[in-house]
Design a binder for this molecule. Structure first.
Ligand code: GTP
Ligand code: MG
Length: 199
């Protein structure tokens, strides 16, 4: 379990981000996927990250120092429909620049809404990560919202879609911020990744 979580800052550009060597774990997903709720779940805080009814709130690269030993990075959501195409492209560029230039980045957690069928934009983003050889894993969110069977069906479809482009599947973790599910698995993953990297 996480002992301490401290907000370090919100940075508009990758080059402004902290120049320390703490290993980093980034969280990303479509707007409204439940990213802020999940960050609050794993850090055991109610309001570390702002949960919103209006999507598209995070527009900067947000850094949190966890247990004085690693950075949790909250990235802006991609593909938010209600901003202009130009704004969307600016964010997409900024996210991709961060993901492909941060040497400290150990893993990207891509959040996928378990209550909907596979979305093209998520699959495209994942394929881009693959092309760039950026390590990632998948977190399915909101698993409490639908019947278990519906969630399983969406996940099965998602895996099938991924296997059209991939020969193996990444780690996948099923979560619910509402029902407090999955945070142990995420922490386990982070711990393992850090020890593999020699931290
Ligand atoms: P933006 O930062 O605005 O892009 O959204 P976000 O991805 O950070 O999502 P956020 O955590 O703000 O949650 C969006 C909405 O989904 C809120 O109304 C949350 O209450 C709801 N939500 C988040 N996680 C869960 C969950 O595990 N279960 C259920 N039922 N609802 C959730
Ligand atoms: Mg958010």
């Amino acid at each position: 379990m996480i002992q301490s979580a401290k907000f370090i800052g919100a940075f508009p550009k990758t080059d402004d981000c902290p120049k320390t060597e703490f290993p980093e774990f980034a969280f990303i997903g479509r707007s409204n996927v439940g990213k802020s709720s999940l960050i609050n779940l794993i850090t055991n805080r109610k309001e570390l990250a702002k949960v919103s009814k209006t999507p598209g709130k995070t527009q900067t690269i947000n850094f949190f120092l966890i247990d004085e030993s690693w950075h949790l990075v909250d990235l802006p959501g991609y593909g938010y429909a209600r901003v202009s195409k130009t704004t969307r492209e600016v964010f997409s560029k900024m996210i991709k620049y961060y993901l492909s230039h941060r040497e400290q980045l150990l893993n990207v957690f891509v959040l996928i809404d378990s209550t909907i069928s596979p979305q093209k934009i998520d699959l495209e983003f994942i394929n881009w990560l693959g092309e760039m050889r950026i390590p990632f894993s998948i977190i399915f969110t909101k698993s409490d919202k639908d019947k278990a069977l519906a969630v399983q069906k969406n996940i099965k479809q998602f895996k099938a879609k991924m296997l059209e482009n991939w020969t193996a599947l990444p780690s996948m973790i099923l979560t619910s911020a509402e029902k407090n599910r999955g945070s142990k698995e995420i922490m386990e993953f982070i711990k393992n990744a850090m020890s593999e990297a020699g931290n």
